[in-house]
Design a protein around this ligand. Structure first.
Ligand SMILES: NC(=O)C1=CN([C@@H]2O[C@H](COP(=O)(O)OP(=O)(O)OC[C@H]3O[C@@H](n4cnc5c(N)ncnc54)[C@H](O)[C@@H]3O)[C@@H](O)[C@H]2O)C=CC1
Ligand SMILES: O=C(CO)COP(=O)(O)O
Ligand SMILES: [Zn+2]
Length: 353
């Protein structure tokens, strides 16, 4: 008897384009959301987007509340949950980079209230996903979270953000290639549930981005448009899978370990990009996929070496040999890399000197 069932939860409105920040209030009205919003943001995104959104709400007769967060942590999620209660908020709007949006979506899941996603940087593919990513001691959780009811992505703001944030978003997408390789491997070896639709969407998203790499150039608002579309598409793949598997494999474990060993050294997207070069090599160096990934990263000015990440070679080796312990997710790293083998892959791919 067939007994499978699943919920795929996706945003109802995805509004992307020049100047659409002005449309947050109309989007809220279109969703029939009533009451008081709580804006969850961080310092720069507050000035760039959250303050103007709050002014638009006040003009429409709604008094919004605001909370500023700095890090992706369970403490920050708790602070937002407390603010929902204290401010009597009815729904949340995450305004900022990946961390502010993750915190807002996890708090909204806990409080069982709606959430809107307003990215101010095209730096990560958590804009739409129904997952939150939180470091916790030696480990890193991929937490179930509320997918946004709507996304409002203003390409004028995204194009004005520092260019490195956009190249980080591109690298987060390019890393989908190895994330899907790991997912299929885990399916074949460990019978991990695999979704062909989510896997294909994730890979196709990376392919379309790479095909359009010539238009991903600083100063071009079209670049923000192309990258944001890809980030949304990748997030949809995660929501279809109800897992971050389509977009997070061993390259993400490597990045999460770097976050512990060299905090704040480099952006999430840049770290996963470098990780992806090495894990593609492990998946079958002779086929040269790792070179395609490295060339794709180079073509959009994303880092391809430890030095460009501003992380020393020994930290890269430590991360490679220990990151399989970060979480229970089977990948090409299996039960861990030998140190000599780690040095070889890092040297062969040019990641370390
Ligand atoms: N839940 C999910 O599915 C996913 C979650 N993530 C998570 O997202 C985080 C990475 O996201 P990032 O955006 O790279 O980090 P982030 O949120 O720390 O943002 C990076 C920096 O850019 C600043 N920024 C944002 N917009 C700006 C603007 N317009 N102008 C100037 N500065 C601006 C932020 O204030 C911050 O200082 C990680 O914690 C990662 O685990 C990443 C991918 C998927
Ligand atoms: O960053 C992600 C996808 O790009 C997802 O993060 P996790 O590795 O925490 O699931
Ligand atoms: Zn990522």
């Amino acid at each position: 008897m067939f007994e499978k069932s699943s919920w795929i939860r996706l945003p109802r409105n995805v509004v992307v384009g020049h100047g659409v920040l002005d449309e947050v209030v109309p989007v809220v009205s279109d969703l029939h959301l009533d009451g008081r919003p709580l804006l969850v943001t961080s310092p720069t995104p507050r000035t760039v987007a959250a303050d103007p959104i709050a002014a638009d709400f006040r003009e429409s007769g709604v008094d919004p509340a605001m909370v500023t967060v700095e890090t992706a942590s369970f403490d920050a999620v708790e602070r937002v949950i407390d603010a929902v209660e204290a401010e009597d908020a009815d729904y949340l709007i995450g305004v900022g980079g990946g961390k502010a949006i993750d915190i807002a979506k996890m708090a909204s899941h806990h409080c069982d209230i709606g959430f809107l996603s307003v990215p101010t940087a095209a730096s990560h593919d958590g804009i739409v996903s129904n997952r939150g990513s939180v470091p916790d001691g030696d480990t890193r959780h991929s937490v179930a979270a509320e997918p946004p009811l709507a996304v409002v992505a203003d390409t004028a703001i995204l194009a004005e953000a520092p260019w490195r944030l956009t190249t980080a978003g591109c690298a987060d997408i390019i890393s989908n290639y190895t994330a899907v390789m790991d997912w299929r491997l885990a399916h074949r070896l460990k019978n991990v549930e695999y979704s062909g639709f989510a896997g294909a969407l994730s890979e196709m998203t990376a392919e379309i981005l790479v095909e359009n790499a010539d238009s991903v150039r600083p100063g071009l608002e079209e670049a923000a448009w192309i990258v944001t579309k890809a980030l949304v598409s990748s997030g949809v793949a995660m929501s279809i899978a109800d897992s971050s598997r389509p977009a997070s494999g061993a390259e993400h474990l490597f990045s999460h370990q770097l976050d512990r060993l060299a905090p704040e050294a480099a952006l999430h997207g840049h770290q996963v990009g470098v990780g992806s070069i090495m894990t593609a090599y492990l998946h079958g160096g002779e086929k040269g996929v790792w070179l395609d990934i490295r060339n794709a990263l180079e073509s959009i000015d994303a880092p391809t070496t430890a030095a460009e990440l501003d992380i020393d070679d020994e930290t890269v080796i430590e991360a490679l040999t220990t990151c399989h312990e970060i979480r229970d997710r089977y990948t090409i790293l299996g039960d861990g890399m030998d140190e000599g083998a780690a040095r070889e892959v890092a040297r062969e791919t040019g990641v370390i000197g």
